[in-house]
Design a protein around this ligand. Sequence first.
Ligand code: GSH
Length: 283
Amino acid sequence: MSTIDTSITPTPTGAAGRLAAAHSSPQPLTLYGSWFCPFVQRVWMVLHEKNIPHHYVEINPYKKEKHFLEMNPRGLVPTVTIELSDGKKEWLDEMYSDEKKYGGRLLPAGDGEREVFERARCRLWMNHVATRVVPGFYRLLQWTEAAEDGSSKQEKTIEEVRGEFLAAVKAFAREMLESDAGKGGPWFLGERFSLVDVMFAPWAKRLWLIDHYKPGGVGIPGKGERGEDEEVWARWDKWYEAVVERESVKATWSDEDRYIESEVGQATRKGQEFALRTARAAN
Ligand SMILES: N[C@@H](CCC(=O)N[C@@H](CS)C(=O)NCC(=O)O)C(=O)O
């Protein structure tokens, strides 16, 4: 029998609670989400940015209920269902591309050399967020001291894990500072908000959790302590300050104290899942 705790605050609160309430009636597009989930926040932000009609349904992904698994056998949120009239299956930004009806495109559109190049550059950096920033965030947040009996030996020290995460953040900041489009800021593409910002935003908004839980915190050096990286981190500050104030980030954010309780819950669950898997593998 699994001992994994599936209890969690059941509904979004604060601004996110109001947003969910305003989208509580059926629409062709439904987002099954969890208020605490940063991957959900990405999709929720896009729906908000583009003003896409949708139905928001809160779900606890840890309770693998039958109707949820039928929609998504992986049993993960975000899960999006859509009733299509013409069988088109594309991504949200492309499907809702009419800029008169929906918000502006979130990736550079068009076939010109510049647009194609910029689109490819955006995808590269979205991939950087997915493969370096997000895993690095969790490795740091979930880092724990090795158990005294040596049963859960840490391969890396917290300084190493922090260093890897900071290197990924700094590379992102440096790209913004050094690219033609991004250097003036505040967004990755300069004046234009894009999917690259969406990809990173939910974790930027949660950086304080690392400061809350981990000795030494995120470790971004303060002004005047940045040596030759002064300009790079100043560019980071500009992006970070803009992103946490972005309307779609704030509108999809629940009451701050709820995140503490949920992160502890998630980390505990992950720890238990890991222990269960290891136990199974050992048998
Ligand atoms: N990269 C994944 C991430 C989604 C994800 O991990 N969601 C978590 C909540 S933040 C979840 O549904 N967890 C349920 C579980 O692990 O059983 C995806 O979107 O496919």
